[in-house]
Design a protein around this ligand. Structure first.
Ligand code: GSH
Length: 258
């Protein structure tokens, strides 16, 4: 086997799809360097690198190979670095089906957080610019009203669509609760990509203290405040337990360090 090129993971600090891949790489011990992009400024480089008409993170790059979209990244990692402990071939279909369920509520989770979150511009701007260069910081702060308006439109951040999102999230939380009654892990007796996906995509609602953004008091109160309805649910407790047991330190090396 040839040694794959060093891996770069492109993220946005508060992106839960990025957290899913970051967790998978950390858990599997696959070395990578994280480049955390500034929201809005991320769009053009991701569009060009991804080559699929999409502007989303996460995206991984190894030499000239670039893979965008978290389920595609999971498949690619399994091919390039496999076999992965968290993606056993024998349970592949079941894991992929559960991954799909929770990937499908990611946008709803973001929508749910930004509706109350946008009332707190100072917090949003501090999170968005955590890893910005000085000029990015300036650009984002000056153009914030425009970025916010575009975000609200693209992510459908309005009361009606947030109510729809809440119903869909609630349905998956109920599904998860039924499932974890049968065992600690969603598939088999070990942590798999199914657990990593469910826990990462729900982490902004569960606010595990291990997470450098979702775990802060400010985030919990100002952005995840509305998620109080699920705060004590067994599902979100399961997310926090999984973080405590399996997540390890996030950002051992800070993004953009090199
Ligand atoms: N299906 C994609 C969804 C990724 C996604 O929605 N990422 C968000 C951040 S959590 C994003 O990049 N939003 C900005 C954009 O769409 O340009 C995946 O699984 O990677």
């Amino acid at each position: 086997m040839t040694t794959p090129n060093a891996l770069t993971l492109y993220t946005i600090n508060m992106s839960h799809y990025s957290e899913k891949i970051r967790w998978l790489l950390d858990y599997e011990g696959i070395p990578y360097v994280e480049k955390a992009l500034t929201p809005a400024i991320h769009a053009l480089p991701m569009l060009l690198k991804g080559g699929r008409g999409q502007t989303t993170v996460p995206l991984v790059q190894s030499g000239n190979v670039r893979v965008q979209n978290s389920p595609r990244i999971v498949d690619w990692l399994a091919r390039e670095y496999g076999p992965l402990t968290s993606f056993p071939e024998a349970s592949r279909d079941e894991i992929v089906a559960i991954q799909r369920r929770f990937d499908a509520i990611g946008k709803g989770v973001a929508r749910y957080l930004y509706l109350p979150g946008f009332a707190h511009s100072a917090l949003i701007l501090d999170i968005w610019t955590q890893f910005s260069t000085p000029w990015e910081n300036r650009v984002v702060r000056v153009t914030y009203p425009v970025i916010k308006a575009m975000f609200q439109l693209k992510l459908k951040i309005n009361k009606k669509d947030v109510a729809i999102a809440q119903k869909r999230i609630d349905a998956e939380i109920k599904w998860l609760e039924g499932r974890i009654k049968q065992g600690r892990y969603l598939v088999g007796n070990n942590l798999t990509v199914a657990d990593i996906t469910a826990a990462s995509l729900l982490a902004p609602l569960a606010c595990p203290p291990e997470h450098p953004i979702y775990g802060t008091v400010e985030f919990r109160e100002k952005m995840a405040g509305a998620a109080q309805i699920w705060a004590n649910s067994p599902a979100l407790q399961w997310v926090r337990d999984l973080y405590a047991e399996h997540r390890g330190q996030i950002w051992k090396v800070m993004p953009n360090a090199a």
